[in-house]
Design a protein around this ligand. Structure first.
Ligand SMILES: [Zn+2]
Ligand SMILES: [Zn+2]
Length: 334
């Protein structure tokens, strides 16, 4: 259970954020078509991590996935490059963000949520070092599970076991996939994340991720192998619905590389005081501090509908603390 860690983190005034968390207007009533259209399209037409993932997926598709016959039989000749590519991508993105924000401290503490400088060096982490612990779980388990899903998909696609379409035949379906993907992944994340907070699973599996209270880019994919399998299972939708390899890769990159941004601890990336990229996700930062709130993301309103929403306000902090007290009174602490 989250009790012990949550109590420890609760007493610290560790975060620094002024604007409340707001949800996507997609499910607001009455609907505002202009806001909905803006929210759905903005991430694909402005400089965001989604555009970066789409470009990477397109490049990988053009360079490596043109001849599907290569993937018809399981062979180290193509599986090894899949693994190496994904290990490299994760090292570049999570390692690059860590280098920029925590090693070089290129933007100091500007737009940093947590006032502490360094990540932890304590016995609760493998190697008594949070960064090395996070790097280990992200690469050894995270990049491996991601690569296994990718390998399985390419093999199934080459053997015509999954439905697919050509972009030139159905460009609108391709765009519709991109627009709906954040809502789909957000909903899946909410569901599996609630499941991971079920005490038996929390204790054996999800607790590994929650050892990270002051979070950094490598914390995002620092999870137990069972959590990686559950968390990345949202990509199984491409085995059922007609899809395209680029969509599968964008989906995998957003799930596997997106957490490096969302856990970076800095709201935006600055170059000489100019914001160039949205980075951390305050909604999820609050989850790492208060544990029993914000299980999903702002792309789908499940936390709002089920009363687990923390918007960063003092009132929400009081409410979540009250809820947690009730929860821990009714369950034995671990
Ligand atoms: Zn997290
Ligand atoms: Zn959690």
């Amino acid at each position: 259970m989250a009790g012990t860690d949550a109590k420890k983190s609760d007493d610290r005034d560790t975060w620094n954020h002024t604007t409340p968390v707001t949800f996507s207007p997609l499910f607001d009533w009455p609907p505002s078509p202009k806001d909905i259209l803006l929210t759905l399209t903005k991430r694909w037409v402005t400089l965001t991590r989604n555009v970066l993932f789409l470009l990477m997926a397109w490049l990988v598709y053009r360079v490596s996935l043109q001849d599907l016959t290569t993937f018809q039989s399981l062979s180290a000749n193509w599986i090894l490059p899949v693994f190496l590519r994904n290990f490299l991508f994760m090292t570049l993105i999570a390692g690059g963000l860590h280098l920029y924000l925590f090693t070089l401290r290129a933007q100091g503490k500007k737009l940093k949520y947590d006032h502490r400088d360094d990540l932890e060096k304590s016995g609760k982490f493998s190697f008594r070092n949070q960064v090395w612990d996070n790097v280990f779980w992200s690469l050894a388990s995270g990049a491996t599970t991601w690569s296994l899903y990718e390998t399985f998909y390419l093999w199934a696609l080459a053997n015509r076991m999954v439905p697919s379409f050509a972009i030139t035949d159905h460009p609108f379906i391709f765009v519709a996939w991109l627009l709906i993907l954040p809502v789909l992944t957000s909903s899946h994340f909410y569901l599996v994340h609630r499941l991971l907070h079920w005490p038996p699973l929390y204790k054996r599996v999800h607790r590994l991720h929650h050892r990270n209270i002051h979070i950094g880019p490598w914390s995002g994919m620092s999870m137990h192998p069972v959590e990686h399998v559950i968390y990345l299972s949202s990509v199984l939708v491409h085995f059922v619905l007609p899809s395209h390899p680029v969509l599968m890769l964008v989906h995998l990159y957003s799930r596997s590389l997106g957490p490096a941004f969302s856990h970076s601890g800095f709201e935006k990336l600055l170059v000489k005081d100019t914001a160039i990229f949205d980075s951390a996700d305050f909604h999820h930062q609050l989850h790492h501090r208060f544990f029993e709130c914000n299980y999903g993301t702002v792309d789908a309103p499940w936390d709002r509908w089920f009363g687990s929403y923390h918007d960063g306000s003092d009132e929400a902090t009081r409410r979540v603390r009250e809820q947690r007290k009730r929860m821990y009174r009714s369950k034995p602490a671990d």
